[in-house]
Design a protein around this ligand. Structure first.
Ligand code: SF4
Length: 492
C-alpha cells in the first residue's frame, strides 16, 4: 500500500522535471459482468495491461448484489492491489480504472471509480476523456444540492445520472438523459447492481472495445483497448460505437444508440502513440499502422544515411517502416532502461546535466562515425529531443537527422490528453527550421497531416487531429480555451 502523504514542493518540482516530453494519456477503463468468475482479479489484470494509459492512481469497484466494494489509491496497479485486497472485492460485476489526472489534481479522493448512491442502488463510474462543459454542469449539480466531493468531471457524470434516476428514470433512461448534458470526450464503464454499461460520446474520441469470454452463457468484458482483453483471454467482439450505450446484464448485451447524429472523430494520437502497439484498431494492430507511417515518412522526406533507429519504444515501428522504404539499415542506437518508473528522488546536478541517460543510453560503437536517422512519433516541448540529439553526438554520430512520424503539435488537447498549454508546445511558436536549430540536428522533417490520415486507410474525416490543426470537433467554451491557449489569450 502507498502511504497517504502529501507531495512536497521539491517532489512536485521533480515530478514536473521527470514528466515525459510527450502528451500524457488520461485513463484506462475496464468492466466485466461474469458471475462465475473472480471479477476483481480479472479487472486487476485488465488494468495491468492498460497501465500505460495512466500511472497516478488505480481503483476497482465490485458489486455483490446491491453492495459495492471499492478499493482505490495512488500508485501503479501493482502497488495499489495485492492478493488480500483483491479477495476483499467479491461480486459478479467489476469496474476498474487507472488514471492520469487531466482535470482535478492528483489526489486519492480523485481516484476512480467514482461511486454515487441513487434510488436504484449505487453507480460506480470509470471515465476516460474530458468534458468541456464542466463549469455549467457543476453549477447545475450544485443547484440540485449535490455534495461534490472530488474535483473531477467524472464524478459530475455519476451525479448527473443519479439526479436523473432519482427523478424517476430507470438506469438506461437516466444515463442517456445525463449523457445529453455532457459535452466533450467520454468513454465510460458504469457498474450498477443490475449490470454494466459501456458508453462512448457521439464522436467516439476515446476508444472502448467489447470482448467476450469463452463461457456458457457468453459473458462480456469492456476495455479501453484490446490489450486489456487479450490478457484475460477474452475475444475482441467489436468497438462500442460513437453515441452508443451497451447494457450488459444476465440477459446478455443490448445496444442503445443514444445520440441520433454520431460523427466519428477518434483521437489520431491514440493511433500514433497512446494506445499500445499490440492493440487492434480498424482490424489491425497499431504496430502495422505505425510501421506504415514510417514508410510514408521515408517517401515524403528521404535522406542519405547509414543507420535508422527509433526512440524506444514508441518510435520503433515507424523506424522499421522507414528502413524498409529507404533501404537504410535498421539498427538500435539507443537502449532503454525498461525498469525505470517515475522517480521521486532528485538526481545529482551532474546526473541532471546528463539528463536523458537515466532512461535511454546510446550504443557508442553502433553510432560512432555514422550518419544516423532517428525516428520519433512526436515532439511536444522538444526538451527530451534536444538531450537525445546531444547524447547521439557525444556518442560520436557524424550526422543526426530527425524524422517525426506525425505533424507538428501546435495546439493543446481539451479531450483528455495532457499536451500542456500552447506556449509550451515548441511547434506553436517555431518553424521547422527553427526547431531543427534548437534541437541541433542536421535535418528535421515531420510527416504531413495528409500522410498521417491517409495512412490509416480509413475515412480521413473520421479522426480528431485538432492538436495539429486547432480544428476542434467539439466546440471549446471560451473560458476553458483560455486556460490552455496562452498564445491566443495574449492577443484577445
Ligand atoms: S486534440 Fe489531439 S490529442 Fe486531443 S483528442 Fe484530438 S487528436 Fe487526440
Amino acid at each position: 500500500m502507498i502511504p497517504q502523504h502529501s507531495v512536497t514542493f521539491d517532489q512536485s518540482m521533480n515530478m514536473i522535471e521527470n514528466r515525459a516530453d510527450k502528451p500524457e494519456e488520461a485513463c484506462g477503463v475496464f468492466g466485466i459482468y461474469a458471475p462465475e468468475q473472480d471479477v476483481a482479479k480479472m479487472t486487476y489484470f485488465g488494468l495491468y495491461a492498460l497501465q500505460h494509459r495512466g500511472q497516478e492512481s488505480a481503483g476497482i469497484a465490485t458489486f455483490e448484489g446491491t453492495h459495492v466494494h471499492l478499493h482505490k489509491d495512488m500508485g501503479l496497479v501493482s502497488q495499489v492491489f495485492n492478493e488480500t485486497i483483491l479477495e476483499e472485492l467479491p461480486g459478479n460485476i467489476a469496474v476498474g480504472h487507472t488514471r492520469y489526472s487531466t482535470t482535478g489534481s492528483s489526489r486519492r479522493v480523485n481516484a476512480q471509480p467514482a461511486v454515487v448512491e441513487t434510488r436504484l442502488g449505487n453507480v460506480a463510474l470509470a471515465h476516460n476523456g474530458n468534458l468541456v462543459n464542466t463549469v455549467q454542469l457543476r453549477e447545475e449539480l450544485l443547484k440540485s444540492n449535490f455534495n461534490l466531493v472530488t474535483s473531477t468531471d467524472s464524478e459530475m457524470i455519476a451525479y448527473a445520472i443519479a439526479e436523473e434516476v432519482n427523478a424517476g428514470a430507470d438506469w438506461i433512461e437516466g444515463a442517456i438523459r445525463a449523457f445529453h448534458r455532457c459535452q466533450g470526450a467520454f468513454s465510460l464503464v458504469i457498474g450498477t447492481p443490475d449490470g454494466i454499461m459501456g458508453v462512448r460520446d457521439p464522436n467516439g474520441i476515446r476508444p472502448l472495445v467489447i470482448g467476450t469470454l469463452d463461457s456458457d452463457p457468453v459473458r462480456y468484458v469492456l476495455a479501453s483497448e484490446t490489450c486489456g482483453l487479450d490478457i484475460i483471454g477474452a475475444e475482441y467482439l467489436r468497438d462500442v460505437e460513437p453515441g452508443e450505450l451497451v447494457w450488459i446484464t444476465e440477459n446478455g448485451l443490448a445496444s442503445f444508440p443514444w445520440n441520433q447524429q454520431p460523427q466519428r472523430k477518434l483521437c489520431i494520437f491514440e493511433m500514433i502513440y497512446f494506445a499500445r502497439p499490440d492493440s487492434l484498431m480498424h482490424n489491425e494492430t497499431l504496430y502495422s499502422y505505425r510501421m506504415r507511417l514510417g514508410r510514408r515518412l521515408a517517401e515524403e522526406s528521404p535522406i542519405e544515411a547509414d543507420i535508422v533507429f527509433g526512440v524506444p519504444d514508441s518510435g520503433i515501428p515507424a523506424a522499421i517502416g522507414f528502413s524498409q522504404t529507404s533501404g537504410i539499415a535498421y539498427g538500435e542506437g539507443l537502449i532503454k532502461n525498461r525498469y525505470v518508473g517515475r522517480t521521486f528522488i532528485q538526481p545529482t546536478q551532474s546526473m541532471r546535466e546528463s539528463g536523458i541517460k537515466m532512461k535511454l543510453n546510446p550504443l557508442k560503437d553502433v553510432l560512432f562515425g555514422k550518419r544516423v536517422v532517428i525516428i520519433d512519433d512526436s515532439i511536444v516541448r522538444g526538451t527530451t529531443s534536444r538531450k537525445l540529439v546531444k547524447a547521439l553526438r557525444d556518442a560520436g554520430a557524424a550526422e543526426v537527422h530527425m524524422r517525426i512520424s506525425s505533424p507538428p503539435v501546435t495546439h493543446p488537447c481539451f479531450y483528455g490528453i495532457d499536451t500542456d498549454t500552447q506556449d509550451q508546445l515548441i511547434a506553436a511558436t517555431k518553424s521547422v527550421e527553427e526547431i531543427a536549430k534548437q534541437l541541433q540536428v542536421d535535418t528535421l522533417a515531420y510527416l504531413s497531416w495528409e500522410g498521417m490520415l491517409e495512412t490509416t486507410r480509413e475515412d480521413t474525416n473520421s479522426f480528431c487531429s485538432a492538436c495539429f490543426t486547432g480544428d476542434y470537433p467539439v466546440a471549446i467554451p471560451e473560458q476553458v480555451k483560455r486556460s490552455k491557449l496562452m498564445l491566443e489569450k495574449a492577443v484577445v
